[in-house]
Design a protein around this ligand. Structure first.
Ligand code: UGA
Length: 446
C-alpha cells in the first residue's frame, strides 16, 4: 500500500512526537509551525524541548529525508500531503475555559489551502478540544474558507492523543488505545487504515465514535487520572493524622485490586504540567456553561491547589518562623524526565517560602534554565544536589528525579546546617532516614 503523506501542524509534544513517529516508520512527513527558531532546531535534528529518546529518532528522520519542518507554510503542508494532523496548542483563558484561537487560526489556514486543492484531504484534530469544537468550530471554518463540503470534498476526524511527557515517544508508539472520532464513515475509514498501517498487525484497539465523544474521552481520561491523584493525596493527608499510618502502603494495597489499579496512586505534591490542571479546569468551565456543575472535579482541583503548600507548613512546624532560613529545594520540573515548568509544584512552594522570608536554593538536573525564566533571581540555583543542600536549614524533595533516590542520610547529615528532610514525593525510606535525622513525608502518620 502506498504510504499516506502526512502533515502536522504544531510542533509541541503531541505534534513533534506524531511527526517523528510517522517519519521514523518511513512516512513522508511535513511539519509546520509559526516559530522559525523551533523549525530551525528541528531541521537540524534537535528537539526544541527535552524529551528522552526523541533526539536520535528526530535526527534519523531528518537525515533520511522523511521529515521537514516548514515555517508559516500551512498551505504548502496541506497541498503536498494527504492527511493533516492539527496538534496546535489549546491553552486556558483566565477563567479556566479553553482558548481556541490557535485551532481557529490554523483551521482557517487549512481551509484556505483546501480551496486550492483538487483532491480529497483528511483533516484530523489532535489537539485537546472541548466537546463540540470539531463539529461546531473547526468544520464551519474549514467549509467557509475552502468553499468546499465536509464529508465529500474533504474529511474530518478528531483523534485525541494520550502520550505523557518524559515518555512521549514510547507512548506514541505503544499507546493503550486509539480513538477515532469521525464526521463520516469515509473519514474514519481512512484514518483507521492509516493507524493500522502505522501500528501494523498487533496494534492497539481502535475505538470509532463521533467527534464529540472522542473529544470527551480525552477530558474524561485526564480528569479521572487527576481524580486518582487528588484522591490518594486526600488519603495521604488523612494518614498524617493517624499515628503510624502510611499512604504508600495503603496505595500499594489498594492498587492490587484490579478494579482500582496501581498506576497514578502516588501521593505527593499534586499534579502539574500542561495538561491535567488545564484540562480539569476546562471541563469544569465547559460543563458549567452547559448547566451542570462538576462538583467532584471542583474538589479534585481544590485538593490539588492546597497540596504543594503542605510542605511549607511542614517547614514551619519544624523550624518555626522561616525568616532568614535557608531552604534547599530538590527538583523544579513538574515531573522527572522533562524540563517543563508549566504548573510545576515547585513554583507555589518557592513563592510561599519567599513570602515567608526564607532564602531558597534549588537544584534540578534539567529544568534550571527554564525555571530561571519564571523564578528569575528570586532564588539561588545550585549546580548539584549536594551543593544545593550545603548549609541548608531544611531540604524539601519536590520532583522525584532518579538521581535523588540515591542520596543517603549521611550526605544530608554531613552537608546541611541541620539535617532535616521533607519528602514531598515519598522516594526515601522513612525507616532508614527517620532513625538518623529529622524526616517528614507526605502521607506518613506521626
Ligand atoms: C498527562 C496524561 O498522563 C497523558 O495521558 C495525556 O496525554 C497528557 O497528560 C496530555 O493531556 O497531553 P503528562 O501531563 O505528560 O500526561 O504527565 P503525567 O505523567 O500524567 O503527570 C502529570 C502530573 O501528575 C505530574 O505533575 C505528576 O507528578 C503527577 N502525578 C502523576 C502524581 O502526583 N501522582 C501520580 O501517581 C502520577
Amino acid at each position: 500500500m502506498k504510504k499516506t503523506k502526512i502533515s502536522v501542524l504544531g510542533i509541541g509534544y503531541v505534534g513533534l512526537c506524531t511527526a517523528v513517529g510517522f517519519a521514523s516508520r518511513g512516512y513522508n512527513v511535513v511539519a509546520s509551525t509559526h516559530d522559525s527558531e523551533k523549525a530551525t532546531k528541528i531541521n537540524n535534528g534537535t528537539p526544541p524541548f527535552y524529551e528522552p529518546n526523541l533526539e536520535a529518532l528526530l535526527e534519523q528522520s531528518i537525515r533520511d529525508g522523511n521529515l521537514t519542518c516548514l515555517v508559516n507554510q500551512t498551505k504548502e503542508a496541506v497541498l503536498t500531503t494527504d492527511l493533516t494532523f492539527n496538534a496546535v496548542g489549546t491553552p486556558s483563558k483566565s477563567d479556566g475555559s479553553i482558548d481556541l484561537q490557535f485551532i481557529e487560526k490554523s483551521s482557517q489556514e487549512v481551509g484556505l489551502a483546501l480551496c486550492k486543492k483538487n483532491s480529497y484531504h483528511l483533516v484530523v484534530v489532535k489537539s485537546t478540544v472541548v466537546p463540540g469544537t470539531t463539529q461546531n468550530v473547526v468544520k464551519p471554518i474549514l467549509e467557509q474558507e475552502s468553499g468546499k463540503k465536509c464529508g465529500s470534498d474533504f474529511g474530518l476526524c478528531m483523534s485525541p492523543e494520550f502520550l505523557r511527557q518524559g515518555s512521549a515517544f514510547q507512548d506514541t508508539i505503544h499507546t493503550d488505545r486509539i480513538v477515532i472520532g469521525e464526521y463520516d464513515q469515509k473519514s474514519g475509514d481512512i484514518l483507521d487504515r492509516t493507524y493500522r498501517d502505522f501500528y501494523t498487525n498487533d496494534g492497539p484497539p481502535i475505538i470509532r465514535t463521533n467527534l464529540s465523544t472522542a473529544e470527551l474521552i480525552k477530558y474524561a481520561s485526564n480528569s479521572f487520572l487527576a481524580t486518582k491523584i487528588s484522591y490518594v493525596n486526600m488519603i495521604a493527608n488523612l494518614c498524617e493524622k493517624i499515628p503510624g499510618a502510611d499512604v504508600k502502603i495503603v496505595a500499594a494495597a489498594m492498587g492490587l485490586d484490579k478494579r482500582i489499579g496501581s498506576l497514578f496512586l502516588n501521593a505527593g505534591l499534586g499534579y502539574g504540567g500542561s495538561c491535567f490542571p488545564k484540562d480539569v479546569k476546562a471541563l469544569i468551565a465547559h460543563s458549567r456553561k452547559l448547566g451542570y456543575n462538576l462538583e467532584l472535579l471542583e474538589s479534585v482541583e481544590s485538593v490539588n491547589k492546597n497540596q504543594p503548600l503542605k510542605v511549607v507548613e511542614f517547614c514551619e512546624e519544624i523550624l518555626g518562623n522561616l525568616k532568614g532560613k535557608r531552604i534547599a529545594i530538590l527538583g523544579l520540573a513538574f515531573k522527572p524526565k522533562t524540563d517543563d515548568m508549566r504548573e510545576a509544584r515547585s513554583i507555589p512552594i518557592i513563592k510561599s517560602l519567599i513570602e515567608k522570608g526564607a532564602t531558597v536554593v534549588a537544584y534540578d538536573p534539567i529544568a534550571i534554565s527554564r525555571a530561571k525564566d519564571i523564578l528569575k533571581n528570586k532564588i539561588k540555583y545550585a549546580p548539584s544536589a549536594i551543593e544545593c543542600i550545603k548549609n541548608a536549614d531544611c531540604c524539601v524533595l519536590v520532583t522525584e528525579w532518579n538521581e535523588f533516590k540515591n542520596l543517603t542520610p549521611s550526605q544530608f547529615i554531613k552537608n546541611m546546617k541541620k539535617p532535616i528532610l521533607i519528602d514531598g514525593r515519598r522516594i526515601f525510606s522513612s525507616k532508614a532516614f527517620s532513625q538518623k535525622m529529622k524526616f517528614k513525608a507526605i502521607g506518613l502518620g506521626k
